[in-house]
Design a protein around this ligand. Structure first.
Ligand code: SF4
Ligand code: SF4
Length: 514
């Protein structure tokens, strides 16, 4: 895929019949101009073109079925997941996936992420980016065509549109007629259903942030927090606007991914491709018969425009690659149906690579290289990052301690000449049971350690109780009678160990003197 002027022109050509005709079927690049050359007619084209409304025609076939399947799975997951329960005992919520902002927790089935473990989110983002790059290297914009929320919701909205206003031809005809009661009722039905879907979409979103059944009840009785209504309204508006009104404009003008993916792809990536070596010169059946009678060649494309009519972004794939093509494969289904009707072999439009297009022109058999340096690299990064995440998660502690030295005063001299430093210690208990931890300090041979407000001890060391799935901050005093060198700073190690036994977690700081 190429970016830049040719690509933009290809997109515009697909959207503008006049420009498409000027560019010609093969989207031949504009020849370089010398100062003396005639002005290029394309330069006189206005830079702004009003959006032509697109009426995608219903189509059936393999890729349409795959898209239906993906739509049902992804929307089913999105709408139903908040209601899936996961028993974590009495001290934790029982929602399988929950982003619990008030308690600063993220629950994902058996995984519970604390704010200190936000690096898992970084790992997930890296994995998601690499998966996207890998998909792109193997099969181009397969994300855009099948999985992107914009595509999925637009598909769903188009089903509603076809149901209420009819398929392409009927809808086109109706739009040309003056407003009538029937037309008004159909349009009102469509927009009402769109708004209902958009509202459910916003409603499902907020359910990921609170206990879903409780929030549904609170929403219905107008007792939910205001922020929940605000977000439902916001997502209702964005879903209705993006999937109902803006549709392909989001992909063509707003989304950065087509620009990024065009820079990441190569000639071995599978893309929806019109096999012009087989299709051209295009000619209707009648014209092809006349050409054959004259001993001239005719391609398999009968110029029926079915591939254009089914395209959700209004692209003519025969013009060449363009930013407007989301690689959904619907034009393949449409063209296959035409080929079947006229008894020609399918896949005049197919997932294919740039390399194979060149090889076919040279009379060479196609080659498919899924395993290449970039796909191997992405796969290795996914495996490595995934392995690191699994390892760190499997070996992560269920407790922890962090220490902050008091900034003012750094130390105090007691009446008996001893030196004392104060610290704030935060102790984490990630288990779902209460835990008692023994707090020790090492680094100063005679250090005495005390916790303000706690007298519980185990073997002379402070004992600190932390509730289930909680953290507790305590003030810790460390006292020594040792003489420290002027400006002295002695490294200290604080450790906590479960009273019931187990390995200790530690944190380091310094004991400061005058
Ligand atoms: S040209 Fe074909 S693959 Fe591309 S968006 Fe249109 S229908 Fe989908
Ligand atoms: S559907 Fe196939 S035959 Fe018809 S115009 Fe498109 S490429 Fe040509």
């Amino acid at each position: 895929m190429t970016l830049g002027r040719d690509s933009v022109l290809a997109t515009e050509a697909a959207r503008s019949p006049q420009l498409g005709q000027q560019m010609g079927a093969d989207a031949a690049p504009t020849p370089p101009r010398s100062a003396a050359a005639e002005p290029n007619p394309l330069d006189s084209q206005p830079l702004y073109a009003a959006r032509p409304k697109i009426y995608p025609q219903r189509v059936s076939g393999t890729f349409r079925r795959v898209k239906w399947l993906v739509l049902f799975i992804t929307l089913g997951i999105y709408y139903l997941l908040p209601f899936v329960r996961w028993d974590r005992g009495p001290h934790a919520p029982s929602q399988a996936i929950l982003i619990d902002f008030p308690n600063r927790r993220f629950y994902f089935f058996f995984i519970e992420i604390w704010p200190q473990e936000v690096y898992y989110l970084t790992g997930l983002l890296i994995l998601a980016a690499m998966a996207l790059f890998l998909m792109n290297a193997v099969a181009g914009r397969v994300w855009c065509g099948y999985l992107c929320p914009q595509t999925v919701w637009t598909d769903l909205f188009q089903v509603i549109e076809r149901w209420s206003e009819g398929d392409r031809r009927e809808h086109l005809q109706r739009d040309r007629q003056p407003w009538s009661l029937d037309r008004l009722a159909r349009a009102a039905t469509k927009h009402f259903l769109w708004l209902m879907i958009a509202w459910w979409t916003g409603g499902a979103w907020v359910l990921y942030f609170a206990d879903a059944p409780t929030l549904v009840r609170d929403l219905a009785t107008f007792q939910a927090p205001l922020i929940a209504y605000v977000f439902i309204g916001l997502l209702t508006f964005t879903t209705y606007t993006l999937a109902g009104w803006m549709r392909e404009q989001v992909c063509v003008y707003m989304c950065p991914w087509p620009r990024i993916q065009a820079a990441l792809t190569d000639e071995h990536a599978l893309n929806v491709t019109y096999r012009y070596d087989r299709g051209e010169p295009r000619a209707s059946l009648k014209k092809a018969a006349a050409l054959h009678a004259d001993g001239l060649a005719a391609g398999d494309c009968v110029d029926c425009l079915q591939c254009v009519h089914v395209c959700p972004t209004g692209v003519d794939i025969r013009v060449g690659s363009s930013l407007g093509c989301i690689q959904c494969g619907l034009c393949i289904d449409a063209c296959d149906a035409v080929m079947q009707k006229i008894d020609r072999s399918p896949r005049l439009i197919a997932y294919d690579t740039d390399v194979n297009i060149k090889r076919r022109r040279q009379g060479l058999p196609p080659i498919y290289r899924i395993l290449r340096t970039r796909t191997a690299l992405y796969a290795v990064i996914i495996v490595l990052v995934g392995a690191v995440m699994v390892y760190t998660f499997a070996t992560r502690r269920n407790d922890g301690i962090s220490i902050i030295h008091d900034r003012n005063p750094l130390f105090v001299r007691l009446a008996d000449g001893a030196l004392r430093n104060a610290f704030a210690a935060r102790i984490l208990n990630k288990t779902l049971e209460p835990q008692s931890f023994v707090l020790k300090v090492s680094g100063l041979a005679d250090a005495e350690i005390d916790v303000i407000g706690s007298t519980a001890r185990a073997g002379g060391d402070p004992l600190i109780e932390v509730g289930p799935d909680q953290s507790r901050e305590v003030r810790v005093l460390v006292t020594t009678h040792q003489r420290l060198a002027p400006g002295g700073s002695v490294p200290l190690t604080f450790t906590i160990a479960p009273e019931k036994g187990g390995t200790a977690a530690s944190a380091a700081d310094h004991f400061l003197g005058p």
